[in-house]
Design a protein around this ligand. Sequence first.
Ligand code: BGC
Length: 452
Amino acid sequence: MTFPDDFMWGASTAAFQIEGAAYEDGKGPSVWDVFCERGDRVFEGHTGNIACDHYHRWQEDVNLMKEIGLQSYRFSVSWPRVMPDGKGAVNQAGLDFYDRLLDGLCDAGVKPLCTLFHWDYPQALFQQGGWLNDESSNWFADYAALLAEKFGDRVHAWMTFNEPQLFIGSGHKAGAFAPGLRLSMRELLVTAHNVLLSHGKAVQAIRSRCSDTQIGWAPVFHAIQPESESAEDIQKARDFTFSTWRDDLGDNSWWCDPVYHGHYPEDGLKRWENILPPIKDGDMEIIHQPLDFFAFNQYASALYADSAHGEPTDRGVRGVGRPRTAFGWDITPQAFYHSLKWISDYCDLPILVTENGCSNVDWVSLDGAVHDPQRIDLLHRYLQATHEAISEGVPVIGYCQWSLFDNFEWLAGYSQRFGLIHVDYETQKRTLKDSALWYKNVIATNGGELIP
Ligand code: BGC
């Protein structure tokens, strides 16, 4: 058995991380533009001002996708590029850019998978309270309606949000990501509720404008690893994976239970019973819209459930000197396999992997190629885990590697390289890494080469 015939092989990017042209053609500033300009938050003061210059080089980039044989490409739209103030006036030049990109993808036979929001929130809306403002879900719904009207004829599948856990937890609680807030837990719960409402209203806005489309969203799925592969340990890890135990809303269930099951998880409701946001009649129905797939991002499982601790921990069974990526992330394909199994029990939808990959120490060698055997090995392991789950009946419909290019890696700036394609930021020269050539072969054989 190979992968299913209609399995979608793809790769992902996000607007802020690749587009550049931060202040061109009428684009408004995003919170990440402002955050980078502070100069003290991101590695060596890097910014997204030029990034991979994809805004100007999109045609070359689509050609490279074609060369690799990508069947789908997940990208995000920069909200302030198409609506400079986040609401009201529309920026035609911004819409034109995505029009060209979508036409180019369709001409190249690459299915466009469009994320509405991958963290670059309009600064103008942030100044009006951002996700704390009760109007925020209406602003997002209007933005979604605009994209659905303009691009609905070409987008194959939509995702409302990328990793709400991260832009809310790291951006609004830890103060680490833009906009750098450190809200109280009570306020954080308000932002989360507004993001969930935004998701629901955006799904409604897209659904009512695009009769034949697929809609989902792309949270990170934080898996807790079992201490061993015994049934008891697997169950314990699964229970932790679906419990609400973190202080930054980084959990899976706080976000996924409302979206997929129409209610907040009991343990979280109990934990925060005194500080819950007002949940109005009808809110949960808005949030709980029918979706077409369960999308998720996953890199590593940072924690595991061990018998000595009441909570998931990063201490213990993991070995000294164990293999890790350039970012120091563990390589945990077994947790990925379990995640796929757990998700398929949790909700009855096809599963789409929207991000998976690794940063690696890549450079152009003397022979002109970029040799990245570690990435090939890591992807191989995760794809084998995917195949194992599929062969046990888990309905995985596609896989997007993060990322198509080396790009702006948030706080790490350009110091971490996640791409299948190497980018020389001085010259903007693109070079297909060995992993891109390997992935090309994986796609051409529909994963046949991976099967042991
Ligand atoms: C994000 C990407 C990011 C990647 C690697 C995910 O959390 O969606 O934007 O580049 O992980 O850190």
